[in-house]
Design a protein around this ligand. Structure first.
Ligand code: AMP
Length: 398
């Protein structure tokens, strides 16, 4: 079975075609500038050269048609006919309280995704557009929605309720949902398998440290707590997002700078995080690392604060689960930045965490990076959200 995995943004569309026989990626690519002048498709067949097509894509529908044309193209394609695609798996950011797992799309599912537009105004409309464009382009083929929020739905009330008047939960479903759920599910599951841990009771912390960043605590793969909240703004310091702050700061800055709450939220989402703390150096950790090495005090402060915040969450989650069996690092920073992994783990000696420098000198592969006598196993565990989406799609449509 071949599964097409789609991740639609408002003006972009990322895809992978995965052969589930051996879980290999047959081709992947990206449509950019959908609905804007200069739309481009970049298609890369496995082991082949990148192939670019510039053609107007007024909507996702034309984008998906171009993806299908590229997949069957006689020079750059990887399949003979679109009929070889058995199903399409879609990343959908918000499933609200409707879905705690992936689901085959029907009219009710589309209505629920629409009902959550308010909660994810940038993502859910684009995700739904992608689903409807696939339905139109490949009629009769099953589409599966894989929700970023599904993992967090197993949190108990004590973890998901905010200490706000209860009426806001009742009226608007204001609660903590958590995001990066597909990655947390995948990495906690792989950690249990790779680490030979008890599948039902293993207490695992996943540090998903990418441009967006979140930590999760799970027991036997079921989420106990996770650091993102109603939106992906809560929790860790990220590339451009502030993570946790005193909410009164919003009012203070709005009043003093004479800006609106919307403008302030834009600052918290796009101009804060390590970008803001480093006084504008970059949101990319490679640039921050380089500046810190050259002695830039702001860059150093940003890295120190970043590591401290992650460590504080790990400590809190150790308490929430009454212990930890394993910690896994994943995503761009987690998979590539050995110094950051070491800096975070340096706070965790009180839990019996010991990092082995030689084992930690690695990037992008499944690896135990703690010493043999470390009380908690620490892993480097690359995430693969596309594969996780494809596996769910296969399971639900087989
Ligand atoms: P992701 O969102 O998972 O794609 O992660 C992207 C982020 O990973 C980038 O913004 C970088 O900050 C970070 N990153 C990627 N490679 C490295 C590296 N070699 N060292 C440090 N950070 C890295």
């Amino acid at each position: 079975m071949k599964i097409l995995v789609m991740n639609c943004g408002s003006s972009s569309l990322k895809y992978q075609l995965i052969d589930m026989k051996d879980e290999s990626v047959l081709a992947k690519g990206l449509c950019e500038r959908i609905g804007i002048e200069g739309s481009t498709l970049t298609h890369t067949p496995a082991g082949g050269e990148k192939y670019k097509v510039q053609k107007p894509m007024p909507s996702h529908k034309e984008g998906i048609q171009m993806v299908m044309d590229a997949l069957v193209d006689k020079d750059h394609g990887v399949i003979q006919s679109v009929d070889e695609i058995s199903a399409i798996g879609h990343r959908v950011v918000h499933g609200g309280t409707y879905y705690s797992e992936s689901v085959v799309v029907d009219e009710n599912v589309k209505k629920a995704i629409r009902d959550c537009f308010d909660l994810a105004p940038l993502h859910n409309p684009a995700n739904l557009m992608g689903i409807e464009a696939c339905e139109a382009a490949m009629p009769g083929k099953p589409n599966v929605a894989v929700f970023d929020t599904a993992f967090g739905m197993s949190m108990e009330e004590k973890a998901y309720l905010y200490a706000l008047p209860y009426e806001y939960y009742e009226k608007y479903k204001i609660r903590r949902y958590g995001f990066h759920g597909t990655s947390h599910t995948f990495v906690s599951g792989e950690t249990i398998k790779f680490g030979g841990l008890d599948p039902k009771n293993a207490k695992v912390i996943v540090c998903h440290l990418g441009n967006g960043a979140s930590v999760s605590a799970s027991i036997g793969g079921k989420c106990v707590d996770t650091s993102m909240g109603l939106t992906p703004l809560e929790g860790l310091i990220m590339g451009t997002r502030s993570g946790d702050i005193d909410p009164a700061i919003v009012q203070f800055i709005c009043n003093h700078e004479k800006i609106s709450v919307d403008e302030m939220l834009n600052i918290l989402n796009k101009k804060s995080g390590v970008l803001g703390m480093s006084n504008g150096i970059s949101s990319d950790f490679r640039d921050i690392d380089e500046a810190a090495e050259k002695g830039d005090a702001h860059a150093r402060a940003a890295l120190d604060a970043y590591a401290l915040r992650v460590a504080k969450y790990v400590g809190a989650y150790a308490a929430a689960m009454n212990g930890i069996d394993a910690i896994s690092f994943t995503a761009g920073v987690g998979e590539n930045d050995k110094n950051m992994r070491k800096k975070i783990c340096a706070y965790l000696g009180f839990l019996g965490v010991k990092i082995d420098d030689e084992r930690n000198n690695v990037r992008g592969e499944n690896r135990l990076i703690s010493t043999d006598d470390s009380k908690v196993k620490v892993f480097l565990m690359p995430t693969n959200e596309e594969l996780a989406i494809a596996r769910d799609t296969l399971r639900l449509t087989q």
